[in-house]
Design a binder for this molecule. Structure first.
Ligand SMILES: [Fe+2]
Ligand SMILES: [Fe+2]
Length: 375
């Protein structure tokens, strides 16, 4: 099964699981993109004869690419740590953050698959070219028990996770007005999934606190995943917000804000769960291989650190007006498409990818950032 078929198969599973989609005239959305294009089938609520503006098409194409990338990384997390997760020690370490972590991981994965499939189907339904990154599925899977041995778009085996979102959302400062937020935890060159069964045996017990080197290693990997979930989804929240002001067609705007709202929902969930990695009783885990440390952020705590302050602090937004609780950043420079690809690259999510991959995703990103709302 190739990757496109895989996405379609996963999408069908999502549809079966989530009956609300029936109300959306899903019969059309389930058709392969080529069929929609060939037959001019009308997607729910759209006007098939009306072509998208080039700007709207560019925004939707970049968002489709971002969702394909998100789906690829979430599938890796799901194989190892989801409800049918194949690595018991990883599942147990994730459950030390919250007993429902496997369910949340699986549902987040379903959401990304649905976003990618929907955006591509919508592009095709409006006569625009869908996005396909299959030729770049070249990166190896982890060797750890539970992972399918297929080729990937993204790498989760060595990440530099930007944790500044944690302090940013606890601060009044706004990066769009020039502020820098401090890292909450320093996570450098750290795996977010287990690498192999020697490093982290899949049946290791994962008590709190972890008692053996293998258990500490696995817990540090699961904690890294927790922060990475938050990092990825806050990026999605900012990206969709920045793209929303670029689109012209009201149906496209409805799509961007409706999917963007779910990215915010994802971020909020993970922001809550990741705090348990840096709160008692789990706080204090040190990875015995990398030295990455998850301190107790409640000791001494404070406004910028306290783990249960997960809702956004009102922040500076528009000069001369009061502080307001908002998604930030939302500027094209800090939250747009190019900024997103640069951030993912700095995350090492694309480590090992070809220069052709970077050229393709940057071209999509630059086209999206160049889009302007037509009035
Ligand atoms: Fe998404
Ligand atoms: Fe997402």
């Amino acid at each position: 099964m190739n990757q496109e078929e895989e996405i379609q198969t996963q999408w069908h599973k999502v549809v079966q699981r989530r009956s609300f989609l029936k109300a959306m005239g899903i019969g059309t959305a389930m058709l392969p993109a080529g069929t929609l294009l060939a037959t001019g089938v009308k997607a729910a609520g759209s006007a098939p004869t009306r072509r998208l503006t080039p700007g709207d098409a560019a925004v939707l194409r970049f968002l489709a690419a971002a969702e394909i990338i998100e789906a690829d990384l979430w599938q890796q997390y799901n194989e190892l740590g989801g409800v049918d997760g194949g690595n018991p020690a990883y599942v147990a370490a994730l459950q030390n953050l919250d007993g429902d972590m496997p369910q949340y991981i699986t549902d987040n994965t379903d959401d990304e698959l649905s976003h990618a499939a929907f955006l591509n189907a919508y592009l095709a339904s409006r006569g625009a070219e869908p996005v396909n990154l299959d030729e770049f599925r070249v990166l190896p899977s982890t060797q750890a028990t539970g992972a399918r041995q297929i080729r990937r778009l993204t790498n989760l085996r060595k990440l530099v996770v930007d944790t500044s979102f944690y302090t940013r959302y606890r601060s009044e400062q706004n990066p769009d007005l020039g502020a820098d937020a401090a890292q909450a935890v320093r996570i450098v060159n750290q795996p977010a999934i287990p690498l192999n069964d020697t490093d982290t045996p899949p049946n290791t017990a994962q008590p709190v606190p972890p008692l053996t080197a293998s258990a500490r290693r696995m817990q540090a990997i699961a904690n890294t995943a927790g922060f990475h979930f938050g990092y990825i989804e806050q990026g999605g929240a900012s990206l969709y917000t920045s793209m929303s002001v670029k689109v012209t067609d009201l149906e496209v705007l409805r799509i961007v804000v409706s999917i963007g709202g779910v990215e915010v929902d994802h971020f909020s969930l993970w922001h809550d769960k990741l705090g348990n990695a840096v709160a008692q009783p789990l706080a204090g885990v040190v990875d015995p291989v990398t030295g990455v440390t998850f301190p107790d952020l409640n000791n001494p705590g404070g406004e910028l650190a306290q783990t249960n302050k997960i809702l956004p602090e009102p922040a500076r937004f528009i000069e001369g007006l009061p502080l307001v609780s908002i998604i930030r950043p939302s500027s094209v420079a800090n939250a747009g498409a190019v900024a997103t690809i640069k951030s993912f690259t700095a995350d090492l999510l694309f480590e090992g990818q070809s220069k052709e991959f970077f050229a393709k995703v940057m071209a999509l990103a630059e086209a999206a950032d160049a889009a302007k709302r037509r009035v």
